[in-house]
Design a protein around this ligand. Structure first.
Ligand SMILES: Nc1ncnc2c1ncn2[C@@H]1O[C@H](COP(=O)(O)OP(=O)(O)OP(=O)(O)O)[C@@H](O)[C@H]1O
Length: 274
């Protein structure tokens, strides 16, 4: 006897929902004038992933990030964010730059609330969100300070809070900690992982540092010079919570670091000779 479709559907075992795809590159290519930088690049990033883009200077990391940010249009192929073709910058993608890019004449609170003010959100909402974000990045108590009164690390926290306040689904970070000292850099890396765990945002993180890529990334895409964006991929599985400083000494950390290091040092493949 035929059963109604609804009954059959109810009897299906429940499967875990597949992770939602936030970013997709489909055969993306990029030229500057006639010079190719990326060729036929395809990959996707799921919600909640922290993907580290690692590679030497000039391999195309920033160009890739700029396509996701909507600052650059691919020469060929298509780049999608949340299922829509990326046609320009948008509030679903927040960019944290290496330079802090703060407004010097505004307080920390006003800097953080900037996107909300532009969106015409009420004053009290701006203040509440700014105060919450300031606390989230460890700037509680400094809401009324000006950028010149902050250290480099605090300014970068403020830049981070300003991006977070806009509620992006993807955070794009281009060497955000390159200008701060090692101790501050490690503290900020741990902060990023705590923020990621509490907000669930997706992160694409550009770095030159193998250690930073392994500590932050749930996945590393290793791009090498003159390979037009082609990458090797390294999953990273470290104990939770990911922000544990001891993770920097964990056997998995050391093993992935060694694998990535060896891959980076491999001589380029020789062109086949006729
Ligand atoms: N606006 C541009 N016009 C022409 N060439 C460019 C432009 N921007 C980047 N390039 C070139 O494209 C290549 C990739 O640059 P990109 O900045 O993406 O690399 P990167 O891996 O981010 O380097 P870095 O780590 O030094 O920032 C480099 O050779 C660079 O000189």
């Amino acid at each position: 006897m035929d059963r109604p479709v609804s009954t059959l559907l109810q009897r299906q075992p429940k499967l875990a929902a597949p992770p939602r795809e936030v970013l997709r590159f489909d055969r993306v290519g990029l030229h500057y004038d006639d010079r190719p930088v990326l060729r036929d690049l395809s990959f996707s990033v799921s919600a909640g992933e922290t993907v580290a883009l690692l590679g030497p200077s000039g391999c195309g990391k920033t160009s890739l990030l700029n396509i996701v940010a909507g600052f650059l249009q691919p020469t060929s192929g298509v780049a999608l964010c949340n299922g829509r073709e990326i046609a320009g910058p948008g509030p679903d993608r927040g960019v944290v730059f290496q330079s802090y890019a703060l407004f010097d004449w505004m307080t920390v609170e006003d800097n953080i609330a900037f996107s909300l003010r532009c969106a015409g959100r009420p004053r009290d909402v701006q203040r509440d969100v700014a105060q919450r974000m300031a606390r989230l990045v460890g700037l509680g108590g400094f809401e009324k300070s000006y950028p010149y009164q902050l250290s480099g690390g605090m300014r970068q926290r403020c830049g981070l809070a300003r991006v977070l306040a806009a509620g992006p689904s993807v955070m794009l970070m281009d060497e955000p900690f390159a200008a701060v000292d090692v101790q501050t850099r490690e503290a900020l890396q741990e902060e990023i992982l705590r923020i990621q765990a509490s907000t669930g945002c997706t992160i694409l993180f550009v770095t030159h540092s193998i250690d930073e890529a392994v500590f932050l990334g749930s996945r590393i895409l290793l791009m090498l010079k003159d390979r037009l964006g082609a990458f090797d991929e390294f999953p990273v599985t470290l104990p939770l919570p990911r922000d544990l400083p001891e993770n920097r000494l964990h056997p998995e950390f050391l093993a992935v670091r060694e694998r990535v290091y060896r891959a980076m040092r491999q001589p380029p493949a020789q062109e086949a000779r006729p």
